[in-house]
Design a protein around this ligand. Structure first.
Ligand code: IPE
Ligand code: IPE
Ligand code: MG
Length: 243
């Protein structure tokens, strides 16, 4: 098993779980069947991640832009999150998974918000894996919220605008305290970021995989990590010198 602190392994992997609808359509099934199958793929990824030395796994489940979909599909996706948390929380907790939900909660039903808060507080001491669920998440909105919070602190005289540094902005994001994304995977074949973790992906390696999300499994994650390990991350410097 790889060591979690090996420098060549990604500590933080973020996944844009795309292609559920097309997976279903190709099988003559309704899109909802693709979303259901997507939950099984999510379970596989969560199980495989710690085995691959991943410490943080961020999953894009519902974007701020996904409200534009038909009402029935939106309702299905909201319900799927609720069912996933209800069904899997005990098992995730037993497996040592810490759950963190990022995104705006203001447009969600109070009972769903309460469930998300419960999942977070129950699992907050767990250290095997941090599972970040991005739900009603948009990176631009997250950055705007951070800017607003910092402006309010400044107006109240609690911080000096000169002290608004990169670190200070990071503390104001939903991902405060987490390392930046090392590897961003998008399934489904599209090559775009769709408003996911813009700040946190500043130096991420991007990997676009042609398979649809419901077909993702531990082997696909292993391939993604092997690809990551073949990349030369320079961070603006020069090629890493092998000692
Ligand atoms: C990703 O699959 C899941 C969500 C965006 C909620 P899609 O539903 O976008 O599937 P495609 O891209 O239409 O195939
Ligand atoms: C991105 O997928 C959002 C999620 C996977 C939750 P979309 O299917 O919504 O993205 P676009 O519309 O193709 O950019
Ligand atoms: Mg899509």
């Amino acid at each position: 098993m790889p060591r979690a602190n090996s420098p060549s392994l990604p500590r933080h992997v973020a996944i844009i779980m795309d292609g559920n609808g097309r997976w279903a359509t190709h099988r003559g099934l309704p899109r909802s069947a693709g979303h259901k199958a997507g939950i099984d793929a999510l379970r596989r990824a969560v199980r495989a991640a710690p085995e691959q030395g991943i410490e943080y796994l961020s999953m894009y489940s519902f974007s701020t832009e996904n409200w534009q979909r038909p009402k029935t599909e939106v309702a299905f996706l909201l319900n799927l999150l609720r069912r996933f948390i209800k069904q899997d929380l005990a098992e995730l907790h037993a497996a040592g998974v810490r759950i963190v939900v990022i995104g705006a909660r203001s447009d969600l039903e109070p009972s769903l918000v309460a469930l998300l808060c419960h999942a977070e507080s129950l699992t907050k001491e767990n250290i095997k894996l941090t599972l970040v669920i991005a739900f009603n998440y948009g990176a631009k909105q997250e950055l705007a919220r951070a800017a607003k919070a910092l402006a309010q602190e400044a107006v109240a005289g609690r911080i000096n605008p000169d002290d608004i540094t990169v670190d200070r902005v990071e503390q104001a994001l939903n991902t405060a305290g987490m390392p930046d994304v090392d590897l961003l995977i998008r399934t489904g074949g599209e090559q775009r970021i769709s408003n996911f973790l813009l700040w946190q992906c500043a130096y991420a390696e991007f990997l676009f995989m042609p398979l649809f999300w419901p077909d993702f499994d531990g082997a696909a994650l292993q391939r993604a990590i092997a690809e990551f390990q073949s990349r030369d991350r320079r961070f603006g410097g020069l090629r890493a010198v092998t000692a």
